[in-house]
Design a protein around this ligand. Structure first.
Ligand code: BGC
Length: 816
């Protein structure tokens, strides 16, 4: 029996006997009078690793601004037949990565769902933007929005109503996870902001955003079940076993931001959560997402992530993607757990039609809300040609592809991408002001990431030669061009009439005495370009740079005492060469998108003053990290893939801080060509001086994002930043909170709860104000099932990284 069905037999609608007048226990009501109740007592709530049942699926109310769109959706629904409704909830093979059927008689064109989080992947003449981890490193709300908006414009112009991104699962529990680069930061606060800004940007361009992968999708290994030749499951998908507090304070947190931003869709993930497939986990979908967070849109499955019909429907899943029934669902044969099966279920009484209606309404409402019923471009026919996922041979019907083929949708986005990637670069080391370069006359370039790609631009695996500007899998992009670092440096160096020579073979460099490589003059600077591949479907085997990069650096530094290393990486790299005195600078560029070389050169030559900050921690040794992906399960039990998130809240810097472990470069760290300081004291003022702050939020009706009281700003923290260096630059003041001693054990020593980014000229001071919302200063009380502000003193730190805290002040929130 599947876990969800098992859950059904235990189905509980717990009443809350001993609590009155207070919305304890995760109970609530929506405006149509529907009430949802989540179990309170921890026995029912389930032991760690068990997912309690939460039924029924909450109905949409349109609350939070979608009321008018919901009314239109309702009017549309009234005209639909049962079969039309059932088919509305499933995908079918067609021109896009995901397709829903048109209903021609009602003028509905069907939905085109396209990957992914950094580009419209299955399309030509479109742009490849910086990856999630890259733009998160900018810590720049405006840039994140700008990137989302520009991507949304391209999706719209290509006829895709739905963009399959942004990503906040994985969050980055482990640096080894193969898809961290698609997401943002190993911190819920920064990721939450990035989700919100991305979604607002995408949806302001008229395209539905999809927050994915919900939830606990923190590794690729065994993310899906293993099947034998007869199609029988031999191993269930890995189960991410996460306790209630950790879910709320880490993994659910950014999804709450996404729902608050009005995200249209949420994609449930492949893995199991606490023993139950994520896409049929009623606690996660009915309880947390639609209940507690008041999500009004639709939950779609990851591709093949649906493993049942009615159990999933009752557990809150609204759309089966891509609609095939094969293993992993990847045989897109047009059969679906949903579709016709739901008509049968309604007719035989297994499924109440009101649930099917709600599924349809949830899918239709964002469509009307974003005005997609008016003048939306048709799917570009070239998308169908490029779609290897459901090629024409698999189609079950003709798709009417009209409109211009191969539309060029790139506009001026190349310039934006160049700027975005440059603003995201993290300068990790800069000894003796090695950077910016000062018109060097002789430049030696090393490393296989410097030059042009030699194996084409799309669908390569970890290729040896060429600049790496994007990772692999569904989150990749189809480059129309890529400016390599070598090309960009040659162009720039020509202005100085400089000599540029290159050695791009890592094996040769790593195994040769570089002084024997016929380098005519001692170069002014040696630039080493290294890369690190990551892709969907596989976790990283190592945190080192690829292609023997560490030895490449050793070799070059044996010859060159001004060696500057640039990494193009999916995320965390251990950088043993950072101690090498001949390595004068290290620049982490991450996956830059199509303008790679230009963005890097802008920073190297100082046209852009670096301002990126690490969205994760770089440890001294890979063994210093905790919480690796679960691998090497050597037993044969079908349930044996269990991943216990025993570290609870201690991921990334929270772990290093809790255990006082020295690190190489901490979360939030990044250098500039100038320097900044906090001047004067930091001050705190209550947002509402007349109201006393209560430990628990007022019990307000849930809106998208949850109880609105959680988003209320309670305190404002002000600090002043000065640029005490000699160049104009952008700074990122950061606010970290230490919770009072009364907070339950396991609370991390410091947690990011505010940041801002702005430019300051030399000698200038600028004030920064951080707004602390109720959620920011609360912990999740597992007994009360409520966000609670603890008694006692918080310490509020302001500084320039998680370990560079320049000023502090205490705050007793409850007696302020
Ligand atoms: C990925 C999703 C993606 C989907 C469609 C899945 O394998 O996990 O992120 O959107 O494929 O390509």
């Amino acid at each position: 029996m599947s876990s969800a069905l098992l859950g059904l037999t235990l189905s509980i609608l717990v009443q809350v006997p001993w609590v009155s007048g207070q919305n304890f226990g995760g109970s609530g009501s929506t405006t149509d009078g529907f009430s949802w109740v989540q179990p309170l007592n921890t026995t029912i709530l389930g032991q760690y690793g068990h997912s309690p049942a939460v039924y029924p699926a909450p109905l949409t109310t349109g609350k939070g601004g979608w009321e008018e769109a919901l009314a239109k959706a309702n009017a549309f629904l009234m005209q639909m037949t049962l079969d039309e409704k059932a088919n509305f909830t499933t995908g079918q093979p067609g021109p896009c990565v995901g397709n829903t059927l048109p209903i021609e008689r009602l003028g509905f064109p069907g939905l085109c769902l396209q990957d992914g989080p950094l580009a419209i992947r299955v399309a030509d003449y479109s742009s490849v933007f910086p990856a999630g981890v890259t733009i998160a490193s900018s810590w720049d709300r405006n840039l994140i929005y700008e990137r989302g908006f520009a991507m949304g414009q391209e999706f719209r112009a290509k006829g895709a109503q739905v963009l399959l991104g942004p990503v906040s699962g994985p969050l980055g529990r482990s640096g080894y996870a193969g898809r961290n680069w698609e997401g943002f930061a190993a911190d819920p606060y920064l990721t939450g902001v990035a989700m919100e800004k991305s979604i607002l940007g995408i949806q302001d361009a008229g395209v539905q955003a999809t927050a994915k992968h919900y939830i606990g999708n923190e590794q690729e290994t065994q993310r899906n079940p293993t099947y034998n030749d007869e199609g029988i499951i031999t191993f269930e998908a890995v189960s991410a076993n996460i306790d209630d507090r950790t879910i709320h304070e880490l993994y659910l947190w950014p999804f709450a931001n996404a729902v608050r931003a009005g995200v249209s869709s949420v994609m449930c993930s492949y893995n199991r959560l606490n023993g139950s497939q994520a896409c049929q986990n009623s606690k996660a979908q009915n309880g947390l997402l639609k209940g507690e967070l008041g999500f009004q849109g639709y939950i779609q499955s990851d591709w093949g992530g649906t493993h049942s019909g009615i159990a999933s429907v009752k557990s809150g899943l609204d759309m089966d993607m891509p609609g095939g029934l094969g293993n992993y669902g990847l045989i897109n044969d047009g059969h679906s757990y949903f579709g016709g099966n739901l008509s049968i279920a309604v007719n035989n009484g297994t499924l109440n039609e009101s649930r099917l209606d709600d599924m349809v309404l949830r899918i239709l409402t964002p469509y009307f809300f974003l005005g997609q019923d008016k003048d939306f471009p048709s799917v570009d026919p070239s998308c169908a040609d490029l779609n290897t996922f459901s090629p024409r041979s698999t189609w079950l019907r003709e798709w009417n592809l009209t409109g211009e083929r191969s539309r060029d949708v790139r506009a001026n986005h190349g310039a934006l991408i160049r700027k975005q990637a440059a603003s995201s670069m993290v300068l990790l080391k800069n000894e003796g002001n090695a950077l910016p370069l000062k018109a060097p006359k002789s430049i030696a370039i090393f490393g296989n990431a410097a030059g042009d790609d030699t194996q084409g631009f799309y669908n390569q695996v970890n290729f040896e030669y060429g600049s790496l500007s994007v990772g692999g899998g569904s989150g990749t992009g189809r480059l129309t061009y890529m400016v390599s670092p070598l090309e960009a440096i040659k162009t720039r160096a020509a202005k100085d009439n400089a000599l540029v020579q290159q050695w791009l073979n890592n094996t040769l460099i790593a195994t040769t005495d570089v002084s024997t490589l016929s380098i005519p003059d001692t170069p002014d600077v040696c630039l080493v370009f290294l890369k690190t591949w990551a892709e969907e479907g596989a976790d990283r085997a190592s945190l080192d740079v690829d292609w023997d990069g560490n030895n490449v650096v050793e070799s070059v530094t044996g010859f060159c005492n001004n060696t500057i290393v640039v990494t193009q990486s999916s995320g965390i790299n251990i950088l043993p060469f950072a101690d090498n005195a001949n390595v004068t600078a290290i620049l982490a560029a991450h996956y830059t998108g199509q303008e790679a070389g230009n963005s890097i050169v802008d920073v190297l030559y100082g046209d852009v003053n670096p301002s990126g900050k690490l969205p994760y921690t770089i440890a001294l040794d890979s063994n210093d990290y905790n919480a690796p992906p679960t691998t090497a399960i050597n037993t044969t039990g079908i349930e044996d893939w269990q991943s216990w998130f025993d570290e609870k809240l201690e991921i990334d810097y929270r772990y290093f801080d809790a255990h006082n472990i020295s690190v190489r470069y901490e979360f939030g760290y990044g250098l500039s060509y100038t320097t900044f300081a906090i001047t004067g004291n930091i001050t705190i003022k209550a947002a509402n001086a007349n109201a006393r702050v209560t430990a628990l939020p007022e019990d307000l009706p849930v809106v998208p994002g949850g109880n609105p009281a959680l988003w209320e700003t309670l305190f404002e923290v002000c600090a002043t930043v000065i640029n005490n260096g000699s160049t104009t630059g952008e700074t990122v003041p950061q606010l970290y909170l230490t919770f009072p001693n009364s907070t339950p054990a396991g609370t991390p020593p410091k947690q990011l709860r505010g940041f801002d980014k702005f430019s300051v000229t030399p000698g200038q001071t600028r004030d920064v104000t951080f707004a602390l919302q109720r959620r920011d200063i609360s912990y999740w009380d597992v007994v009360l099932q409520q966000w609670r502000i603890p008694e006692g003193d918080f310490t509020v730190f302001v500084g320039f990284s998680s370990r560079d805290l320049r000023a502090a002040v205490t705050l007793n929130a409850l007696s302020a």
